[in-house]
Design a protein around this ligand. Sequence first.
Ligand SMILES: [Zn+2]
Length: 264
Amino acid sequence: MGNHKFDEAALIKNGNYVETVKLEDLAEAYWREENQQTYNNTYFGRIYCPECRCARLTLVNNKRCRDLFLRANDAAEHKECSYLLDTAPFEAYREYIENLSDEDIRKLLKNLIKKMIRNETTEFNPLVLRMKSGKCTDDKIQSKDIYNNRKDLKRQPIKLLTAPLEDDDYGVLKLFYGRVHIKLSEWEKSSSYSLRFRHPNTNKLIITLNFSNAVKEYLEPTITEYDNTVTNIALASRLEKRKGKDGNTYSNAHICNSRFLVIG
Ligand SMILES: [Zn+2]
């Protein structure tokens, strides 16, 4: 059973779901005072798995690098939840995604937005795959199957785009999702375009997608409609790391495969 890190948590007060809180907002509350007063009053003991809302989470302070991360206290507390499963092996997962039809990948990404951003329930769990003889297959796995019979089941590798990207988020194919600010820019000299996706609150650059005029025509009118707006996106891609000026990265990556991107 995987001991996953979480990018967000469900806040539950007196047994009632209040909202889903991002790791960065928990971290902001944690660092606000030296004694973590704001964090303790609002969140301590009240944060749970964002998917099943059953497993208790703890914000762990890695003192060595001042990084905070979220872990489940006891992974056995997850109920009918994809976090009960290990992540699919990256090579088998890449093969699976690259062999999906355009229509299937569009459905998968739309379902990811529905489940993870809009908090809608779907008839099956879009984050779960079956794995047999080293190959991933998707046979619309219901949440109860995860609980009753989780042999052969794997979790799709997913990552919230507005959470800081970590080293293991680069260079492998994953599903990325989030609510971002989109801006289209034209490079007249090379007659090419770039789409920039920024954090909607901090304006930090998260990912960039460069493409040619021919691709832009294909993307019309979706791109024009969403240009300069904050909207939901999901993509199945490998991200290539870009160095910031200080040699570090917050996020700031290139998207390597634009075929698998859904906006809105
Ligand atoms: Zn869970």
